[in-house]
Design a protein around this ligand. Structure first.
Ligand code: AGP
Length: 609
C-alpha cells in the first residue's frame, strides 16, 4: 500500500511527481504530499483525502524545483490526516515511505530520549529522524541513510532528499516494491511502472536490500551495506495509453471492456502451429521436473484466490494431480507439507502482495519449487519464483480486479493443459479440442459484453438492497465468490458467495423478497440441480438473477432476470460467466454513486501483512 515517486532532472519536479502519484493512487488514497528542493529550500505540501486536494493546494501555492519526492497514502499507523501525510521531515531531510517499520516504537523512544521532536503518529517519520541523527555524527548524506536503514526492521521502500544536497536523490527498498526509471539526464523512482511510463520505458528493478544514489548525470546502486551492485535496465513493452481511461468513465469499465484483448494477448504465442501443445517459455521447469511433482498447492489472496479455486478444477481434470488451494495469509502459519515433489503455484496480479510473497518464501524455505502467475512484469513474486506465466492483461488500475482475474483463468487453463500433456493424462486430440475452444473465447467475450445495456437497466432496481447471495456449483462456485467480492468492494452492499447445493444447510434462512440471489447456471451436468436450487429460492420469495448460456423455459420461469451468455465448453465457462457479474457490480456501484475505481478503505496492492 502507499505509492512513492521521486524525480531528479532538469524539468519541474512537481508536474512529474504529481503525474506519477495520479497513476499510483490505486495503491492508497487517503492523503498525499510532495516536497521539492529549490534554491536550497525544501518545501512541502500535504493534504488529507484524494490527490485532488493536494492538486488544489499546489494551485494555490505552487512548488518549484527539479528535484522532488511524493507519496500517496493508505494509512497503517496513524489516521488519515494532513499531519500523518508524507513526506515527513526532520532537520534538512524529507522522506517518503511505503511499508511498515516493525520496531518503530522502540526506535522512536530512543530518538525522543535524544531530544527528537515528532509531529506525526506514523512509523515512517522515524526514518527522517534516524537519518538526521546519523548525519549529525558523520556529516555524510549517503552514509546517514545507509546507517538509518540498517536500524529498521520490517518493510520499506523509501525516497529521501536533503536541503544541503541539491543534486542528490536517494532511494532504497527492503520488502516493498521500488522501480527505477532511466531517462536522458534524469531519473525517476516509483513504487510501480505506470508512474513513470509517460517519461521512459527503460526500467531497473531493485532487489530487497538495495539502495540507489542518483545525481542528474549518474546513478550508483549498492547494497545497504555498501557493496556495489551492477544492474541492466529492461525495456518495458506497456505503453502509456494503457494506463489512461481512454474515454471510459472509470478504469474498471475500461478494464472490463479490455478483456477480449487481454485474453487474446495472454494466449498469444503460447499455442503451437498444430494447436495441440501449449508453449510456456518462462516456466523454467523441464518436462522431467514437472513430471516429478505429485501434488500442487495454489496460493493467493482475494480475487487471485478465486482464480486459484478454478485452477484446482482445471489441473485435477487435465493433469490428474491433486491440488490444494490456500489463502496466502493462512498458508505460512499452518505448516504446509512440502517436499521436493510438491509444486507451489502462487497467483498475484501485482506480484507484490505481502501475504502471497511470504507464502512463496515459506514454500522455498520448506524446500519446494515455486512458479507464479503474475501480471506485473519483474514484480517481486515473479522474480522470486523459479518460473512465471505472465498474464498480459496490461496495467490494471481499478482497485476491483477484472481483466487480471479472467487472464489468470486463461493462464491456469494453459498450465493445466501443459501439465496434462507432460503427465500424459490428456491426449493430443483432447488438448487440440480445448485449445480450439480457447481460441473462440475472445469473440465470445465480445458477445457477452453486449449484455452491458441490459445489465445496466436491471442494476437500478438493486441499489437499495442490503444483502446479496451468489450461488454456483463446481467451477462456478468460485465465480459466485468473485461476483460477491466485486459487489462488496465497490458498492458496499453485503454479499455472500455459496455453493448452490449448500444453500439449504443454512443460508436459505436468509431468503425473503428483499434478498436478490444471483445464480450462475450454465448448461452442464449440474444444471438441473441448480434449477432446483433456484426453485427453492423462488418458493421463499427471493428475487433471482440467473447467468446462463441456456435458453430453456425452466430457467426462464425460475428466474426473474436472465443474462444469457454464449455457450462454450464447461472449463472456459467461468471466464464468460464472470463478465455479467463484473458489469452488475459496476452498474450498481455507479447508481449508488460510490467511488468505483478507488473504493473506501481499499488499496490495489496490499503490501502489508
Ligand atoms: C480484487 O478485486 C481485490 N482488489 C483483491 O482481492 C486482490 O485480488 C487481492 O488483494 C490480491 O491481489 P494480487 O492479485 O495483486 O496479489
Amino acid at each position: 500500500m502507499c505509492g512513492i515517486v521521486g524525480y531528479i532532472g532538469e524539468k519541474p519536479a512537481v508536474d512529474i511527481v504529481l503525474d506519477g502519484l495520479r497513476r499510483l493512487e490505486y495503491r492508497g488514497y487517503d492523503s498525499a504530499g510532495i516536497s521539492t528542493l529549490s534554491d536550497g529550500q525544501l518545501t512541502t505540501r500535504r493534504a488529507e483525502g484524494k490527490l485532488a486536494n493536494l492538486e488544489q493546494q499546489l494551485k494555490n501555492a505552487p512548488l518549484s524545483g527539479s528535484l522532488g519526492i511524493g507519496h500517496t497514502r493508505w494509512a497503517t499507523h496513524g489516521k488519515p490526516s494532513q499531519i500523518n501525510a508524507h513526506p515527513h521531515r526532520a532537520g534538512g531531510f524529507v522522506v517518503v515511505h511505503n511499508g511498515i517499520i516493525e520496531n518503530y516504537l522502540q526506535l522512536k523512544q530512543g530518538l525522543v530520549d535524544a531530544g527528537h521532536n515528532f509531529k506525526s503518529e506514523t512509523d515512517s517519520e522515524i526514518i527522517a529522524h534516524l537519518i538526521e541523527k546519523h548525519f549529525k555524527q558523520c556529516d555524510d548524506f549517503e552514509q546517514s541513510v545507509r546507517l538509518a536503514l540498517l536500524e529498521l526492521r520490517g518493510a520499506f521502500a523509501i525516497a529521501v532528499i536533503c536541503d544541503r544536497y541539491p543534486d542528490l536523490l536517494i532511494a532504497a527498498k527492503a520488502g516493498s516494491p521500488l522501480v527505477v526509471g532511466q531517462g536522458q539526464g534524469e531519473y525517476f523512482v516509483a513504487s510501480d511502472i505506470p508512474a513513470m511510463l509517460s517519461h521512459t520505458r527503460e526500467m531497473i528493478f531493485l532487489n530487497d536490500g538495495e539502495m540507489v544514489v542518483f545525481s542528474r548525470s549518474r546513478m550508483n546502486i549498492s547494497t545497504l551495506e555498501g557493496q556495489p551492485v551492477e544492474k541492466k535496465s529492461k525495456t518495458i513493452t506497456w505503453n502509456p495509453m494503457m494506463a489512461e481511461k481512454g474515454g471510459y468513465r472509470h478504469f474498471m469499465l475500461k478494464e472490463i471492456y479490455e478483456q477480449p484483448r487481454a485474453v487474446t494477448d495472454t494466449i498469444a504465442g503460447r499455442i503451437n502451429d498444430d494447436k495441440n501443445q501449449v508453449l510456456l517459455n518462462d516456466l523454467n521447469l523441464s518436462d522431467t521436473e514437472l513430471r516429478t511433482f505429485d501434488r500442487l498447492y495454489i496460493v493467493a489472496c482475494g480475487t487471485s484466490w478465486h482464480a486459484a479455486l478454478v485452477g484446482k478444477f482445471l489441473i485435477e481434470k487435465f493433469a490428474r494431480t491433486p491440488v490444494e488451494v490456500d489463502i496466502a495469509s493462512e498458508f505460512r502459519y499452518r505448516q504446509p507439507l512440502i517436499s521436493e515433489k510438491t509444486l507451489t503455484l502462487v497467483i498475484s496480479q501485482s506480484g507484490e502482495t505481502a501475504d502471497t510473497l511470504a507464502a512463496l518464501r515459506e514454500a522455498h524455505e520448506r524446500g519446494g519449487k515455486v512458479i507464479s502467475i503474475c501480471n506485473v512484469v519483474e514484480s517481486s513474486i515473479a522474480r522470486e519464483s523459479e518460473g512465471v506465466i505472465y498474464t498480459h492483461a496490461g496495467p490494471e488500475i481499478g482497485v476491483a480486479s477484472t481483466k487480471a482475474f479472467t487472464t489468470q483463468l486463461i493462464a491456469l487453463y494453459l498450465f493445466a493443459l501443459h501439465l496434462g500433456r507432460i503427465k500424459q493424462t490428456i491426449t493430443a486430440e483432447q488438448i487440440q479440442k480445448n485449445l480450439l475452444a480457447l481460441l473462440t473465447l475472445p469473440r465470445k467475450l465480445e458477445e457477452t459484453l453486449e449484455l452491458d445495456n441490459q445489465i445496466e437497466q436491471a442494476a437500478r432496481q438493486f441499489i437499495h438492497a442490503n444483502d446479496f447471495l451468489y450461488l454456483g456449483r463446481g467451477n462456478q462456485y468460485p465465480i459466485a465468490l468473485e461476483g460477491a467480492l466485486k459487489l462488496k468492494e465497490i458498492s458496499y452492499i453485503h454479499a455472500e458467495g455459496y455453493p448452490a447445493g449448500e444453500m439449504k444447510h443454512g443460508p436459505i434462512a436468509l431468503i425473503d423478497e428483499n434478498l436478490p440471489v444471483v445464480v450462475v447456471a450454465p448448461s452442464n451436468e449440474t444444471y438441473e440441480k441448480v434449477i432446483s436450487n433456484m426453485e427453492e429460492v423462488k418458493a421463499r420469495g427471493g428475487q433471482i438473477i440467473a447467468i446462463s448460456d441456456c435458453g430453456c423455459p425452466d430457467l426462464q420461469s425460475a428466474a426473474d432476470i436472465v443474462f444469457r451468455i454464449p455457450a462454450i465448453c464447461d472449463d472456459l465457462m467461468p471466464v464468460l460467466a464472470s463478465i455479467p457479474l463484473q458489469l452488475l457490480s459496476y452498474h450498481i456501484a455507479v447508481f449508488k454513486g460510490t467511488d468505483v475505481d478507488q473504493p473506501r478503505n481499499l488499496a490495489k496492492s496490499v503490501t502489508v501483512e
